[in-house]
Design a protein around this ligand. Sequence first.
Ligand code: SF4
Ligand code: SF4
Length: 398
Amino acid sequence: MEEAQRTPPTCPAITLAGAEPKEGVRGGQINRGQMNSQHKKYLPRLIAWEITRSCELNCIHCRAAARYGPYANELTSEEIFRTMDNIANFAHPIIILTGGDSMMRKDLFEIARYGTNLGIRMVMSPCGKLMTDESVGKMIESGIKRISISIDGATAESHDNFRRVSGAFADAINGIEAAKRNGLEFQINTTITKHNVAELEQILEFAVKAGAVAFNPFLLVPTGRGKELAEQEISPEEYEKVLNWVYEKRENLPLQFKPTCAPHYYRIFRQREKEKGRSVTPKTHGFDAMTKGCMGGQSFVFISHVGRVQICGFLDTECGDIRRSNYDFEHIWTTSPVFLQMRDQDSYHGRCGYCEYRKVCGGCRARAFAATGDYLDEEPYCIYQPELKPKKTKSEVI
Ligand code: SF4
Ligand code: SF4
């Protein structure tokens, strides 16, 4: 994903990836026999790491409600290095350095270099304001492979009005231009709301013309300052239309185009392929068949600026704490009760618990939580009525 957590970067689908992370462990550094099959099945493949919450902007929809800072108690470089060592010892993920604005972190390049030296693909999501030829040069030197920049309107006026930050569009363009001048890959992320849903086609055209390698529209999750934007959410029916539009547009584009944190896209994708008489397999559909909707706690994870571990940046439920676990991230990943719940789609509530698409979709746990306070509840922005029947409750069985 997708400027940092300010928009979507946190999500798995977020994919600030650019290259699929290798599943499994780093060669020779762990005894595979020690890992049980569940452990091997669920390895972190994408980690959004909020290395700072400080940000020069103050965007209205920021999930972190970030401000200039500084924030107390942020993980130190040493603590980050220690945790990265632990991660690299059992998995081989992509790490997204996010924020706030990750550029506000003074040791940004040391952190990136450390991860790179461990063999981790490092990417980041700056807001663009602080990017110069010099800083982009340092990003490249430290091994940053790709950045994501958020564009939330087809024009400066639209983007700045949405973010309620004058000059935010110019900052984003500054970041894109600096990346282009220096040959650094960039992708564009867009948070879809009522204000820009009619501009999506134009933003896609902009991304193509600008030379982005990917365009990831993101479905708003009304958390953080985004709560104030709840009335900006498009309706479930409109989501359905937008996701169908993505399906129709995605072919013959010179960039990767897929929605982020829109799990039911993968249901629509399969429905539409089925209508054409095609089943979705890795052989026929490659990456589209191998990826899925919400990957939070299954192959995606978020680490906050103070070391709190969550399934994603939008669901503020603690799954573990880096410091309290003595920097043993692997222990949190394999034992957190919340992560274990995320990996058992059959235990989800409402339609998502019995839907035939639950293994490839799963619904957005953060939107469920925002709607009902139960992160296992059904995705409130999906209109699909499963063909399967609801599971019987214990009392009904008895
Ligand atoms: S009901 Fe839930 S699992 Fe099924 S498609 Fe909708 S969001 Fe996905
Ligand atoms: S819970 Fe929602 S916002 Fe979080 S990773 Fe899953 S789909 Fe994305």
